[in-house]
Design a protein around this ligand. Sequence first.
Ligand code: FUL
Length: 702
Amino acid sequence: MEKFPLNTKKKKRITSVYYSLLLGILWSGACSEPSAAPPEPVMPVPHNRQLAWQDLEFYAFAHFNMNTFTNREWGMGDEDPALFNPTDFDPSQWAKICKEAGMKGIILTAKHHDGFCLWPTETTSHSVKNATWKQGKGDIVREVAEAFRAEGLKFGVYLSPWDRNHPDYGKPEYIDVFRQQLRELLTDYGEIFEVWFDGANGGTGYYGGANEERRVDKRSYYDWPTTIELIRELQPNAVIFGDAGPDVRWVGNEHGFAYETTWSNLMRDSVYGGMPEYASEYAPGQENGTHWVPAEADVSIRPGWYYHPYEDHKVKSLPQLLDIYYQSIGRNSSLLLNFPIDRRGLIHENDQAQLMKLVHKIQEDFSSAVPLDKASITATSTLGKGYEVAAIQEEKGAYWAAATGTVSATIQLDFPDPVRFNRFLVQENIELGQRIKAFDLEVKTEDGNWTPLASGTTIGYKRILRLPDTETRAIRFAITDAKANPTVQHMAFYLAPKLLLPPTITRDKSGMVRLNAPEKGLEIWYTLDGSDPAQDGKRYAEPFPILEPTEIRVLSKDPGTGDISEVAVTALQLARKNWTVLGEGEHPDHLIDEDPTTNYFTDTDVVSIDLGNSYTLTGFTYFPMQNRYLSGLITRYAFSISKDGKQWTPVSEGEFGNIVNSPIEQRITFPAVTGRYIQLRALDKQDENPASFAELGVLIDG
Ligand code: FUL
């Protein structure tokens, strides 16, 4: 059974075959006039291999190589192949997870920039042949390909053009090696759906022991046309990904976001892989782009592409993943979501949990469609028979087209009873090119007037808008500009339940507390006395101060349905309003601003704070820096307290166990001591860099 809501095409296709047959029978009885000629395509249009790819929408990326074992993002190429040794490698676990998530396939990093090959290639000894794993007899590429095929999923390969291991990198000889590697991957592993080339090319590396910097001319070095020919010969149905396509292009960032205006057309001949101005000038595509090269949004479910234990607590949150979904698939792009495979050779359970939260929420968002079959659907312009606007209810098959020469037209839906929705999904028939340039969405109010709800620019394969909850009896979708007579393949409206997560809490140095709802339109309720906010809560309207240690309980409420989120409980400690950092270095205020994204560094390895008053202290908290790359984390500490800032009493000494792998807030308690000044000293650090701190706080009695 298909589980993923936006990929219900198989079922729909079957339904639409019956539907067209039925329509055909009715029509042939009613009238014998031929259908109007189809609209002229607007060039460029997709190739069949690109059309098949568009339907995939959502598929996985797996970064799993030498870097997994060296804890790096980019290896130098001098790593010992013996280090590659997953303890519980099981690609069927990956495949089952991807299948359950409705993903359609996977792209595996067969070779990353460090040159280590996950298959026993003939081209180099820097491969699984010399790994400890399976005594060099294993083949990761084969096992992953087979596991995915067993689940009916597709398989694709990432082969880094840059190779920091190979002695010939930078010379013409390497191009033969690179092509031979491609030949092996595209010959020995069955059908490949996508071949992925990264833009990072040239720089320092090991290069067979030369240890030097090698720059290449990114335009000419790889002779891409010959390589593309080779791929077409070996895997004619595979799409090729790169900055310049030729079939699928990079979205221009690694956040997973396409653009409000995203054209599938690209000025392809002006682009080359790794060009510096690509992201700013070419990534959104161009209205008058010469080739069909749609966008693919690649993003990792964690900050890094590769697995690092210290990112186990940094898997993207549900609100972040939802933004990615709506800003990629909802903006005419596919979504390539990366899993940093861990050292066991598995998708980590935290990643799986977050993925499934996303999938369930998306299923929920699209499970309640406004029934269009009850609506009267009219268009201000129609090309002729066979292009009637009623066709927009189906995802595939018939479609609506406006009359030739018309570049603006309105589709109106009148419902017998009021309907409610907050999602709008629309698709063009891209087989005829991407045509729509601008549109408005309007609804009829009670008094019979039309009021604007949203405006947009491009649509393409799929566009989804998140809207405020809206109730109406009539909707107008007005195409205000198009490259030629517009087409609409499919249109739908859904009522998505609100994202009922508890609000997040932030507080600044002055003690002002802000409660932030996960989604617009939700109410926030809270208590400060330990009681249940669902019963005794106060409605949050604006920031308020909390200066003393207080337990705050919060929930979100959907005013439309009355549904509430779980209650989140946070123990706020003493506010830092009257605190002063007695230290050197830049931005001592970052240490006590209650914002863990800002840091304070000191090369004295010690920091003292005047709390402004005397307190009975029972502990302290050290929040380590949260940057992607960590430095100066304190691993062993000494904590002291003073009444006057001169005489210090040591109260606690110890280690922050596992802080480098898991940089979460550290909480140390001790028997109560009274004092006004606190001091934290680094006895040991992760490295030689200045001691780093995101936040320092205290726990006080009562
Ligand atoms: C980047 C590479 O440099 C990263 O390591 C990663 O593979 C990502 C998907 O592409 O540009």
